[in-house]
Structure formats: C-alpha cells, structure tokens
Design a protein around this ligand. Structure first.
Ligand code: ADP
Length: 359
C-alpha cells in the first residue's frame, strides 16, 4: 500500500500546458477519482504518477520516496486501461498469470494468486477460455484480475469501463467498489463520468484546464461546491442556473418574479447585487404540506413534462432560464399546468457571475 504525494506538478506537451501546478495527497487505502471534462488533464496526471510521462516541474513521491528517475516497472503499480489488450492466444489463466511468470513466481504461488483473483472477480469457471470466447465485461474482469494478482502498492484505472454498455458498466462499477473494499489498496481511478466518480470515490479530485478545481468527499463537493463549474459538473440532470438581483431581501428575476430569501442569507447580501441562483431540480417540491424555513413559494407554468417512471421532470421558465424541477410521478401530467412549488433556498447556492465562485 502507499501514500501518494504530488507537489507543484507541471507538464507540457509542446506548447500545451497540460498540468499547471497540481498539489495532491492521497492517503493509504483511499479510493481517489480524477474526474473532469475531456482534455482537463486527468489521464496525463495518472500517467505521470505511473511514470509513463516525464514531468516538467514539481515532484511525485510514494510513501515519501521521490519517484524522479524511477522507471514505471520499478514503481510497483498495477494499471487497468480502457483498452484492456489481453493476449489473444493465451487463455484466461495465462493472461492473469502473465505478469507473475515474467517476475519468475513459483508455479504454486501463481496458481494460488490466480485462483484467488478469479474467485474475487467471479471468473473462476472461465480460466480455460480464450479472450475471444468472452463477453466484453468478462474480458474487463480478466484485465482487472491481471492487475489484482500483482502485489502492487498502487492501483491505477484509466476509464476502464467506457467501452462497456450501460448495464454492464453499472455492474462492473459495483464490482470495482467491492474489490477495493476487499483488498483496501490505494486506488486512483480516472473517468469523465460524474456518476462513476460520485459512486466510487472516497475522494473526488475535479480537474479543469490542468488545475484542481476542487477536491473532497463526493457529497461535500455535491452539496458545497466552491464554483459554478463544480456545481454544474456534478449532478444529473444538471443544476439550474438563473440570473437574478438582490432586492429588499428577495431574489428578483428578469420577468419580475421573486423568491424571498431566508433572513440569514438576505443579511449577507448587498441590495442591488447581481447574482446567479444555482438550484438543483430536486431542490423543488410540490407546495401543500408545511414548508420548512428556507423553502419559499413559487408559482410556475409547466412547459414540458418528462416522466422517468419514479420521478417526473417539469420544465418552466424563470427569468431568462429554462428551469427543471424533479417531482414525484403523476404530480403533473400535461404542459400548460399551473403548479405551486417550493424552492429550497437553504440548499440552493448563490454564485458571483464575475468570478463564478459560490458566495
Ligand atoms: P483527459 O484525460 O482529461 O481527457 P489528457 O490528460 O489526455 O486529458 O490531456 C490534457 C491535455 O494535454 C489536452 O489538451 C490534450 O490535448 C493534451 N495532450 C495529451 N496527451 C498529449 C500528447 N501525447 N501530445 C500532445 N498533447 C497531448
């Protein structure tokens, strides 16, 4: 197992400044997910940690030991890639055993480790098969098995599920999480998928343009985003963003409608200030029962109804924004319906439109 320390990491590809001063501490046994839009530098960061890319500044250390000049093979890392190239003419057993044979492990020890990994991954009955006789999900399990048998101190996953169909992906995601709980090794996992990041991570590191935008526990980032970017990246459907002005203890929208601010929030905001309200679809509810403080009434005209089965999404106009509210099924059936909602301003966020930081 290993603790990973990254300090001031810089990486250029020619003129492209791919990593701009990354500082990161990953604790022993932690499951850390690098997430962010395509091109933000996640794979580059992972590859520099693996030693597959040179760095142009800063440092990387495992358990305090600097990795400068240490080649990938000597870093004792196990990696699982998106393209899990298995050896086509070797059966599952030999594919998993390959790295152990290369390191001259004894036959009995190879057998023991392969059997254990195969049992953990539920591929015990497939050991004699060739890769072409396996489904995509089974192949991905073999690739993970190959990483698990090595007694690596660090596990790195680079978008390992992105070639699988949605249903398989859900299953494998649960399996990877269970595997981590079982073996408890420090793991870094790269994905562009926010659901994968939320469900797998002990800690999410959200990257944007080669810098860490925010890092923390999944629910911490979800509930207390520091920026509009983080708020918009996590959560599906996305958070609604609506521009407004503070006016006499309320948020006033461009169509003249207003939401009364909870007193504690109102006290901190200067009259006349322009803001962006960030409110998730699930922060709306149907008016009717007793409202908590912070839940303020809003009458809307529903323009679009999208049932998903358990929940229904209702879209309406507020100021200049199209806003989506998540409601129980059957709350609203047809467009044109007038609906009395409650907006939970205790859970919503307010963003400074200039800095795009949460205020
Ligand atoms: P992500 O994994 O988040 O999609 P990458 O780490 O692959 O992003 O890329 C970060 C940036 O570096 C991007 O602008 C990408 O185009 C650039 N980049 C990545 N690899 C190379 C390379 N081998 N040569 C040149 N530019 C690269």
């Amino acid at each position: 197992m290993a603790r990973l320390t990254v300090q001031g990491l810089q990486k250029y590809y020619g003129k492209v400044h791919a990593l701009r001063g990354i500082d990161l501490d990953i604790n022993e046994g932690e499951f850390c997910v690098f997430v962010g839009p395509s091109g933000c530098g996640k794979s580059t960061l992972l590859r520099t940690i693996a030693g597959l890319e040179d760095i142009d500044g800063g440092s990387i250390a495992f358990d305090g030991e600097p990795m400068a000049g240490v080649p990938p093979r000597a870093r004792n890392i196990a990696m699982v890639f998106q393209n899990y190239a298995l050896y086509p003419y070797l059966n599952v057993f030999e594919n998993i055993a390959f790295g152990l044979r290369a390191r001259k492990f004894a036959e009995a020890e190879i057998r023991r480790r392969v059997d254990r990994a195969a049992a953990m991954l539920g591929i015990g009955p497939l050991l004699e098969r060739l890769p072409r006789e396996l489904s995509g999900g089974q192949r991905q399990r073999v690739a993970i098995g190959r990483a698990v048998v090595r007694d690596a101190r660090l596990f790195l996953f680079d978008e390992p599920l992105s070639n699988l169909d949605a249903q398989l992906r859900d299953g494998m995601r649960a399996e990877i999480k269970r595997l981590h709980q079982e073996i408890g090794k420090t793991t870094i996992y790269v994905t562009h998928d926010q659901i994968e990041a939320m469900t797998l991570a002990d800690r999410i590191v959200l990257l944007k343009d080669g810098v860490i935008e925010q890092q923390g526990a999944p629910l911490e980032l979800f509930e207390r985003p520091a920026t509009k970017f983080v708020a918009g990246f996590l959560g599906s459907p996305q958070m609604n963003f609506i521009s407004c002005r503070v006016e006499d203890g309320a948020l006033r929208f461009s169509d003249g409608r207003a939401l009364r601010l909870p007193p504690a929030k109102a006290a901190r905001l200067a009259n006349g200030r322009t803001l962006t309200l960030g409110i998730r679809p699930e922060h709306f509810s149907r008016a009717g029962g007793s409202a908590r403080s912070g839940q303020v009434p809003l009458r809307v005209t529903v323009e679009l109804v999208q049932p998903t089965g358990t929940r229904t999404y209702a879209t309406f106009q507020l100021g200049e924004a199209e806003v989506s509210a998540e409601l129980p099924a059957h709350t609203v059936e047809a467009p044109g319906t007038e609906l009395d909602l409650l907006a939970d301003l205790d859970r919503a966020i307010l963003i400074d439109p200039e800095s795009e930081r949460v205020v």
